[in-house]
Design a protein around this ligand. Structure first.
Ligand SMILES: NC(=O)c1ccc[n+]([C@@H]2O[C@H](COP(=O)([O-])OP(=O)(O)OC[C@H]3O[C@@H](n4cnc5c(N)ncnc54)[C@H](OP(=O)(O)O)[C@@H]3O)[C@@H](O)[C@H]2O)c1
Length: 262
């Protein structure tokens, strides 16, 4: 592998698949991570044959802490370095906290928060030593508000946003940047994966973006080395107006949107 290499988590569908495709179009070699090994192989073959790049796959469940070390050991043993890290894999749990499974919430925190911090920590150190590198963390417009019926998901994305902006600032002058991408509702497998979410008004009452346009916003902003991109002008406006609104009012409005519909 002599080209630049991007490591992308959750690369087999939705926003992650589009980020992998855009990297491939730009001649990056890829290390792709997701749980489903056969789907990873399909994506590998498709991107290698279409764009003439090399793709390595690493099937694993990033909500299992031991797999983070296995992944970083795997890439450290290769002859190439990781130039871009894209922390995209994320899940949601829908429902009132006490009636949903605690293990599902803890897995969410492991994937959306702990895996993202661990991978950013590992690769940013190497990038700083190389004097170059880029990290793209996928948060959400959920980062800007509390989210009744998806409390841990919204809180995890607030963490991703705050963490990314802080580390981006710490990295000032190193040649390394962290970009945080905040999409609004996007047409992917996410709502199906977050059990019960289709019953919420989030996807029916909001404009739903295509995963390609979200991924392109993230890629372009990462290439500029900027700290934050909120995808879509309605989402930008909402994030801005939330800052000017009383917090209990924001929570009440979010609750009315997120409320189960049946
Ligand atoms: N869709 C939206 O409306 C929306 C809005 C704002 C933010 N986001 C964020 O965007 C990111 C991508 O979401 P998406 O909508 O594109 O989701 P998606 O279509 O459901 O894709 C999720 C990807 O992550 C992988 N994945 C899931 N759990 C994993 C695990 N435990 N370990 C490793 N890989 C795992 C999946 O593959 P496997 O199932 O094979 O593991 C898949 O490749 C997430 O962080 C999400 O929070 C989504």
């Amino acid at each position: 592998m002599s080209k630049q290499t991007a490591l992308i988590t959750g690369a087999t569908s939705g926003i992650g698949y589009e980020l992998a495709t855009i990297h491939a179009q730009n001649k990056f070699n890829l290390v792709l991570v997701a749980r489903n090994a056969s789907r990873l192989l399909v994506v590998k073959k498709e991107l290698e044959s279409t764009f003439g790049i090399e793709v390595l796959t690493f099937p694993c469940d990033l909500s299992q802490p031991e797999n983070i070390k296995k992944l970083t050991d795997f890439t450290d043993k290769q002859l190439f370095r990781i130039d871009h890290l894209v922390n995209n894999a994320g899940i949601g749990v829908f429902g009132k906290l006490w009636v949903t499974n605690l293990d599902d919430h803890l897995k969410l925190i492991q994937l959306n928060v702990n895996a993202l911090v661990s991978l950013t920590h590992h690769y940013s150190e190497k990038m700083v030593n190389n004097g170059t590198g880029k990290v793209l963390n996928v948060a959400s417009t959920a980062a800007f508000m509390p989210g009744p019926f998806m409390s841990t998901y919204f809180a995890s994305k607030a963490f991703v946003l705050s963490f990314g902006e802080a580390v981006h600032s710490e990295l000032d002058g190193t040649g390394v940047t962290v970009t945080t991408l905040c999409p609004g509702p996007t047409e992917t497998g996410f709502e199906a994966a977050a059990s019960g979410m289709k019953k919420s008004g989030l996807f029916t009452k909001s404009k739903v973006a295509s995963p390609y346009e979200v991924a392109k916003d993230g890629y372009d902003t990462m290439m500029k080395g900027k700290s934050l991109v909120i995808s879509g002008w309605v989402n930008k406006f909402n994030a801005f107006s939330i800052r000017l609104s009383p917090r209990n009012m924001v929570t009440a409005i979010t609750k009315s949107i997120m409320k189960p519909m049946d």
